[in-house]
Design a binder for this molecule. Structure first.
Ligand SMILES: Nc1nc2c(c(=O)[nH]1)N[C@H]1C(S)=C(S)[C@@H](COP(=O)(O)OP(=O)(O)OC[C@H]3O[C@@H](n4cnc5c(=O)[nH]c(N)nc54)[C@H](O)[C@@H]3O)O[C@H]1N2
Ligand SMILES: Nc1nc2c(c(=O)[nH]1)N[C@H]1C(S)=C(S)[C@@H](COP(=O)(O)OP(=O)(O)OC[C@H]3O[C@@H](n4cnc5c(=O)[nH]c(N)nc54)[C@H](O)[C@@H]3O)O[C@H]1N2
Ligand SMILES: [Mo]
Length: 791
């Protein structure tokens, strides 16, 4: 096939080169030099990907199927605290797979498929075929179905409220105004939560060109000014020269409401826009002017809540009214109590300004939350493993996992419906780590004892594996071939294995195939394809989708050889909501009114006191203005880690490098450190009524007084696994964060509403043990077969 004009091949001249696609970039491997280096065409490559192969066979690698000791001895049942604190016995694959298949059959027969939970939330690895969660869901769909989860930990509150307000997830997940329509147009960019570039390093499914820095710098060079509204100064890159407005975490809604109030008072609001494109303005205005509650949401009111002086709020209101302004807001803001409100309030302010749908104006969420926001999206539907249909319709909002396990049969509210938690007997997880992602881990440990059986596929002996009954060792992305692609750029990559998986370690697909064979569903699961044939099949599906848009992609073999292809995007760039702006009758929003809903009759009709029918300031349970702040005066923000993706490869060199004395740094303001007699490098205990962890003080005035920052990602390592709430040794912030829904509407996670206190840790702290395997009882039969050697 001749190279089509709309397709570029990115082969680099070399001897023999293999490529690796990952969530944090595309890398090439030089066999001659045995080194991995970033793709040459990436303007802002992420080097932590180059350091991972060295730690592929670390001591914490899981090399054999294992079963928790008393589970092997006594069979399934309530674990009564033993999950997470027991030794494991190594067993043969046959034994492990028979056990798994038998258990799935037992639970199905005794309780039905509605007693199986396979939500299995998590990022797993980037490849489209080996995506563990997709494999698992396909497997269960072929075997009678299972209970799932909906929404994400990333933006659950946004995901549920935005369809009510603007009719879709555009502007949150994709469809944001592209950089080409911002640069040279926006005069002022107001960034709530900044645009921390560490987060724009990764993207689910992969990223080839990291362009966020370029986009921001180009705006600056074209004359845009930046305001960073955040508790953390370096949420904005120094190169942007932005003004920092430090505010108390969780108070953005108050500031936005005051901006709205000020715009209306100064008659700076765009009445024509409001009239033509929105509904509910009067309801919002009445609220802003305190017609029902007697509280005027003006600048002094917001100042007393947020800590930003009233004069600065007034001045900002004037600036946004007189300059072409784009409002950016990080995803982090809605991972907090009432996280819906700041999103709704941001849309309200953008509506009052009237620039929505025009270049360089309006609003957009998550510009630096992942890579690829603001880049032209893939013109071709990216390939994914077909999952089939789930015969079980039951689901939970993803972050309600502990509630579900602790309170089966209990009713809860979700988006206007009363739902009931199912009674789950069997939990199956592959490619996610709830002991990373969930809040209030001490509560999760308790909830995790309830199911009769927990099965996990993992690479490492992290807390997730340690809390399972049956642990099956899965190969890493460095040990498999895969097709890598994401909806946020226009590349397709062929990822080649760098090494074979250690003997005894299988791919998630292979594990599930072998279980299917035992359940009599193998050919439904595999469709009689080998893994290699699946890759070609998935690629060909994308290729024919491309063909239907008159875009030519090369044949699979050619793609495999070149390693990376780029499909040109022929769609013209346009601002978010441009069509709606041009003609709202021809392009109505998918809201009940077809317009932007500044007040929603639908939400009001649900009658939720924690989410009224218009954007509103509702006090978070924990914030610096709460009563609890008298004893726990520090607000903990648990941001994403710059040196890794979530908990992935926490044991590897890039993550180890960030730690100090093997522990996580907690950033705090000099004032707060001094008041506690703390110096840089001191070992401290961070604590509240939910738990406590250790960390190392890192003093900086980049965080405002009263705020401390501890990145997520350190593997949960309780000092006394059998004692609930014991000191966590490794600096995992989720022993401190609260586990309740953002609101009855969305039931999202709210880790960012969290108060703590910090004090010096006196004495010698126990060593971190997270990266050592648990006690493993070798199976003598296996020792004979393999000589017991680690590969
Ligand atoms: N406090 C606090 N908590 C948070 C957040 C926060 O901001 N603050 N952020 C939340 C957000 S936005 C998210 S998305 C979640 C992320 O939570 P997760 O996505 O669950 O976190 P990961 O560490 O990526 O988990 C992936 C797990 O799968 C394993 N894995 C990787 N590849 C494969 C594979 O191919 N096969 C198998 N079997 N396993 C594999 C990894 O070893 C790892 O243990 O965390 C959430 N938790
Ligand atoms: N390197 C790296 N990048 C990642 C990830 C990773 O693990 N590692 N995870 C990825 C995932 S799954 C996701 S969902 C995204 C998440 O992307 P985000 O949600 O945008 O990321 P965070 O780091 O949690 O928060 C961004 C900033 O918001 C600020 N912030 C927190 N609370 C408030 C508040 O109340 N008000 C204001 N104004 N600012 C606040 C914090 O200072 C923080 O630095 O990141 C992705 N990118
Ligand atoms: Mo996320």
């Amino acid at each position: 096939m001749t190279k089509a004009p709309d397709m570029t091949s990115h082969t680099e001249p070399s001897t023999k080169r293999r490529h690796v696609g990952s969530h944090w970039g595309f890398y090439s491997h030089d066999d001659a030099q045995d080194a991995v280096r970033p793709f040459a065409g990436d303007p802002d490559p992420v080097d932590f990907g180059t350091k991972l192969p060295a730690d592929r066979l670390a001591q914490c690698r899981i090399l054999r199927p294992t079963v928790r000791k008393s589970y092997l001895e006594h069979g399934p049942g309530y674990a009564g605290g033993r999950r997470g604190s027991e030794a494991f016995v190594e067993v043969s694959w046959d034994e492990a797979l028979d056990l798994v298949a038998g258990e799935i059959r037992r639970v199905r027969d005794d309780h039905g498929n509605g007693a199986i939970f396979s939500g299995s939330y998590g990022w797993s690895s980037a490849g489209r075929f080996h995506h563990a969660q997709s494999q698992l869901k396909r497997f269960f769909n072929m075997n009678g179905g299972s209970v799932r989860s909906v929404q994400t930990y990333s933006y659950a509150a946004g995901e549920v409220i935005l369809p009510h307000v603007i009719g879709s997830l555009d502007g949150l997940v994709s469809g944001q105004t592209p950089w080409s329509q911002i640069v040279g147009h926006a005069e002022l960019i107001v960034m709530f939560g900044g645009t921390p570039l560490r987060n724009a390093r990764v993207n689910a499914g992969g990223v080839v060109r990291h362009e966020t820095r370029q986009g921001l710098v180009a705006c600056r060079d074209a004359g845009a000014e930046f305001v960073n509204i955040s508790p953390v100064r370096d949420d904005a890159g120094e190169e942007l020269g932005s003004e920092w407005m430090a505010l108390r975490p969780g108070t953005d809604t108050a500031v936005l409401l005051a901006l709205a109030h000020t715009l209306i008072t100064a008659k700076h609001h765009d009445e024509t826009f409001l009239e033509r494109y929105t509904v509910g303005y009067e309801t919002l205005r009445d609220y802003l002017f305190g017609r029902n509650d007697g509280v005027t949401k003006d600048a002094p009111w917001a100042a007393s809540i947020s800590g930003i002086e009233a004069a600065r709020i007034l001045e900002l209101a004037d600036r946004i009214a007189t300059r072409k302004t784009l409002i950016m807001m990080a995803w982090a803001l809605q991972r907090a109590d009432h996280g819906e409100q700041c999103y709704w309030a941001a849309i309200a302010v953008a509506s009052l300004l009237g620039g929505i749908g025009l270049p360089g104006q309006g609003f957009g969420f998550g510009y630096a939350s992942v890579a690829g926001i603001g880049q032209p999206p893939s013109p071709v539907r990216w390939p994914s493993l077909p999952q089939g249909d789930n015969p079980i319709s039951d689901f939970i909002p993803v972050a309600r996992i502990a509630d579900m396990l602790l309170s089966p049969g209990t009713d809860y509210e979700h988006n206007g419906k009363t739902r009931t938690y199912p009674d789950i007997k069997l939990v199956y997880w592959a490619g996610g780590n709830p002991f990373h992602h969930h809040q209030d881990l001490n509560r999760l440990v308790e909830a995790w004892q309830k199911p009769e059986t927990i099965i996990v596929h993992e690479h490492w002996w992290n807390a997730h594996a340690r809390h399972a009954d049956i642990v099956l060792p899965a190969s890493t992305f460095l040990e498999r071939d895969d097709v890598v692609a994401s909806g946020r750029d226009s590349f397709f990559g062929y990822s080649t294995h760098l090494a074979a998986a250690p003997t005894g370690v299988l791919s998630d697909h292979e594990i599930l195939r072998l279980i299917s064979a035992r359940l009599g569903t193998e050919s439904a699961f595999t469709e009689e394809r080998t893994e290699a044939q699946w890759l070609e099949h998935l690629y060909d599906a994308a290729r024919s989708d491309a063909a239907s848009h008159h875009i030519a992609m090369p044949a699979f073999v050619e793609f495999q050889q070149s390693g990376l292809i780029e499909v040109a995007n022929r769609r013209p760039d346009q601002p978010f909501m441009a069509d709606f702006r041009t003609d709202p009758d021809a392009h109505p929003l998918r809201t009940p009114s077809g317009r932007i809903e500044l007040a929603s009759a639908c939400i009001a009709g649900f009658g939720y006191t924690d989410c009224p029918g218009h954007p509103a300031w509702l006090e978070p349970k924990e914030w610096l203005g709460a009563d609890l702040a008298a004893t726990h005066p520090l607000h903990l923000l648990s941001c994403q880690p710059h040196d890794k993706l979530h908990s992935q490869w926490d044991h590897a060199a890039p993550s180890r490098k960030t730690k100090s004395g093997g522990r996580q740094p907690v950033r705090m303001h000099p004032e707060n450190a001094q008041a506690r007699g703390l110096s840089d490098g001191d070992l401290v205990r961070i604590f509240n009524h939910r738990g406590a962890c250790l960390a190392i003080v890192s003093i900086t005035d980049a965080v405002m007084p009263g705020v401390v920052q501890l990145a997520t990602g350190a593997w949960y390592d309780p000092s006394e696994p059998t004692t609930p709430g014991s000191l966590e040794l490794n600096g995992n912030p989720n022993v401190l964060t609260p586990d309740h829904g953002t609101s009855n509407l969305t039931q999202g996670p709210s880790p960012n509403s969290c108060l703590v206190e910090i004090s010096r840790y006196i004495g010698k702290a126990p060593d971190v043990r997270a990266y050592r395997p648990p006690d493993l009882v070798p199976d003598p039969r296996l020792q004979e077969q393999t000589g017991g050697a680690r590969p």
